[in-house]
Design a protein around this ligand. Structure first.
Ligand SMILES: *Cc1c(COP(=O)(O)O)cnc(C)c1O
Length: 397
């Protein structure tokens, strides 16, 4: 991660195809487009790679999450369980539909703690949304059984974990719906873009209509399309899809590079007794986009993180006080700061997060450092980096 490190001729050729035909829109203009249907081709490639019936490409990962929820009929007042450690898109997509984000602790997998999830289920719960942060996954077998027990929807946010797998299945394909992001910093990028995957005819049909103003896409005449329900514009353009098409053809190569680089760093850090690693659920295979490890205390972790930065080891993150990824800095959610009035369902029912106890999450996140694994590093560069990291960490612990 990120895929932009290895842009090349494939991306250029794909984009040139689109520019040559002049059709930048994913729907219609059949006569002009010279046979180019980049969005449709990328959807087919992803369905094949993810072993699912349907992929629907959209304008972003945030849009994909919103559409996934909408496609299953989630709306005002419904509760959606999400982790304290994620990206702000999780609650943005929930709130966009007037639904209520229910924050739940993470455990040593750095994803939803199933025991805490079980406790948070109420009569209003509709969805459990695990987020496979930093390339590794939630305990999907346990979450799935909780969903079955309470008739809930399992929606996997696999935006940071494309290419990883769980019990032999691609991440994103295990729940009723799965989402990916192809924004500029993800393993596969379109510049901006996202996708949802599903095996459900109903969710897919709803999703493709909802993301294009509720239009039904039946027949060749855009003007004659019916609009059975209200929707929005979350379309992806052919230019963006073209970039993604070039990138996805190299996904397996990217994964191999990430695995090689991750393994070099991990083996080096394993020599430090004070370093332990994030737990990967049984049967899980990471996509190796990050290496996440724990140190014995919060204070040591903060010192190590600072020292890595000042000694030139870039792209290592301390999420505990990160603006985008951890609940502690989400005052805009806690205080419900919005430009206009929010629905009463949200205002009256959002839990009081200012007094919530997420100390179980703090115990893990406070001791976590995650280092981005780059694609462009040579094996020699990673070895030097890993050696330097060991020296820096040993000086602090
Ligand atoms: C990037 C990301 C998203 C949102 O994707 P965008 O394409 O940037 O809107 C959602 N969830 C997670 C975990 C992400 O990392």
């Amino acid at each position: 991660m990120p895929g932009f490190e290895l842009f090349g001729d494939k991306e250029r050729t794909q984009v040139q195809d689109v520019l040559d035909s002049g059709v930048l829109m994913r729907y219609g203009f059949d006569g002009m487009r010279n046979g180019h249907w980049k969005a449709k081709e990328l959807e087919a490639a992803l369905s094949n790679r993810m072993q699912v019936k349907y992929t629907h490409l959209v304008s972003s990962g945030t849009a994909a999450l919103t559409i996934a929820l909408a496609s299953a009929g989630v709306g005002a007042g419904d509760e959606v369980i999400m982790p304290t450690f994620t990206f702000v898109a999780s609650f943005e997509s929930i709130l966009a539909l007037g639904a209520i984000p229910i924050l739940v602790d993470v455990d040593d997998t750095l994803t939803l703690d199933p025991a805490a999830v079980e406790k948070a289920v109420t009569k209003k719960t509709k969805v459990i949304m695990p987020v496979h942060m930093c390339g590794s996954m939630a305990d999907l077998a346990t979450l799935k059984s909780i969903c079955e027990k309470h008739s809930l929807l399992l929606l996997e946010d696999a935006c940071q974990a494309i290419g990883g797998s769980y019990q032999g299945k691609p991440l994103g394909s295990i729940g009723h719906l799965g989402c990916f992001s192809f924004d500029y910093v993800k393993t596969i990028t379109c510049g901006e873009g996202g996708a949802l995957i599903t095996n459900s005819d109903v969710y897919y049909e709803n999703a493709q209509k909802y993301s294009d103003h509720g239009h039904d896409h039946i027949g060749n005449d855009r003007g004659a399309e019916q609009h059975p329900f209200l929707g929005y514009n979350f379309r992806i353009s052919e230019l963006h899809a073209a970039v993604g098409l070039a990138q996805v053809s190299r996904l397996d190569k990217f994964l191999k590079l990430q695995e090689r680089n991750y393994t070099i760093v991990r083996e080096a850090l394993s020599s430090i007794p004070e370093v332990t690693f994030r737990r990967v659920p049984e049967g899980g295979v990471e996509n190796y986009s990050f290496l996440s490890f724990y140190l014995p205390t919060k204070e040591i972790t903060q010192k190590v993180h600072k020292s890595l930065g000042t000694n030139g080891i870039d792209a290592c993150f301390y999420w505990y006080d990160n603006n985008w990824h951890y609940y502690r800095k989400w005052e805009h959610l806690t205080n419900l700061e919005s430009l206009g009035k929010l629905p009463n369902e949200v205002k009256n029912n959002l839990p009081d997060y200012s007094s919530a106890d997420f100390s179980a999450s703090d115990q893990w996140i406070g001791r976590t450092i995650s280092c981005l694994i780059k694609l462009s590093w040579t094996a020699e560069e990673v070895q030097q980096r890993a050696k330097k990291m060991v020296e820096i960490i040993k000086q602090v612990v």
